[in-house]
Design a protein around this ligand. Structure first.
Ligand code: SF4
Length: 331
């Protein structure tokens, strides 16, 4: 296929990594979920669309990684397999999946599924394990999946855990997570990643357990940890099952049902984005003036810049119905 690599002058974006939010459907319904995924959500990225996205992206420039998550990507296992195979065929070197392990009911099942995925070209696996996920998925399933993954041998096997307030904060949620992780740490060859949960989406209901700052946060946008680069030149994009191309949960830079992914990437200019231009220049505090013009009353305290950002975007969502999507991220 003819490749028309865009020159740096053509685009502000230099996309090296793509995350597919394969579905917002999930076997769990975690209290901290930014996307409010759950059993009642519907839709998934079909194989035709995922192929199209990968072809367009690799036509622009070589990709370094593809990750598939959600929601729970194993609910659409054929589509997951398809993405991994397609990415391998296009020469994308790192191909990973993030799962809650609901499907790993015993080691035999876990080994079979993971062996199949390895044969398709999967190179990395991340398992979610913390208080929130274990409300829905037995820890035994995570152990089954983790042991099988290590036995089969992937380039990288890791566990991601989210903590309430901070990773060192003492509270019921974090103590539960810590105890569970001690059991998982018995498996060698696994990386453990601990993150503070983001105060957004369904997680907003946990605000009472979060330390709020007396002063309004005036800092810059830190950019989500999984988005390499910055808002002007993000190196990672996420594409969801509704066609939204997002840089942070609930902030879209375009929708593939309205224009091609190539055009979205080519046209992206942070200075022209209705919401990101303000966040980029002024930090989330810049949204406060606009929210006030629309009747927002500033009375509460916030944990950090992202908490403020989310609360203001939540208020402004009806004013920016195209930029502030997927809508389900908001209340
Ligand atoms: S929530 Fe707002 S401030 Fe935080 S990373 Fe996202 S865009 Fe930036």
């Amino acid at each position: 296929m003819h490749k028309f690599f865009l020159s740096r002058g053509d685009s502000h974006m230099n996309v090296k990594h793509v995350d597919f939010l394969l579905t917002f459907k999930c076997s769990a319904e975690c209290q901290h979920c930014s996307y409010k995924a759950g059993p009642r959500r519907t839709g998934y990225i079909n194989s035709k669309d995922s192929s199209q996205y990968l072809e367009e992206l690799t036509n622009i420039q070589p990709l370094q990684s593809v990750w598939v998550h959600g929601g729970e990507p194993f609910l659409y296992y054929d589509c997951l397999e398809h993405i991994i195979k397609k990415a391998k065929g296009l020469g994308i070197p790192r191909r990973g999946v993030i799962t809650n392990s609901f499907w790993a009911k015993d080691e035999k099942i876990a080994k079979k599924k993971l062996r199949e995925l390895k044969d398709c070209g999967l190179t990395a696996l991340t398992f979610s394990a913390d208080f929130f996920h274990q409300e829905f998925v037995p820890l035994e399933n995570v152990r089954n999946a983790l042991k099988s993954a290590v036995g089969i041998g992937f380039d990288n096997t890791s566990v991601d855990s989210y903590f309430v307030n901070d990773v060192t904060s003492y509270n019921y949620f974090n103590q539960f997570t810590k105890k569970n992780l001690e059991l998982l740490e018995e498996t060698d060859g696994v990386e453990f990643h601990r993150f503070p949960m983001r105060v957004e989406g369904r997680g907003i209901t946990l605000t009472e357990y979060i330390t709020l700052k007396p002063d309004i946060p005036l800092g810059k946008c830190p950019v989500p940890f999984w988005i390499e680069g910055n808002l002007q030149n993000p190196e990672t994009i996420e594409i969801d099952s509704e066609g939204n191309v997002t840089l942070c949960p609930g902030i879209s830079i375009g929708n593939t049902n309205m224009q091609s992914l190539t055009k979205i990437i080519k046209d992206y200019d942070v200075e022209k984005h209705s919401i990101l231009s303000i966040i980029w220049k002024e930090g989330p505090i810049g949204l406060l003036k606009i929210a006030k013009e629309h009747g927002f009353q500033q009375t509460q305290q916030y944990a950090n810049e992202c908490h403020l950002c989310y609360k203001l975007r939540n208020f402004l969502q009806p004013v920016y119905p195209y930029s502030l999507v997927p809508k389900e991220c908001y209340l």
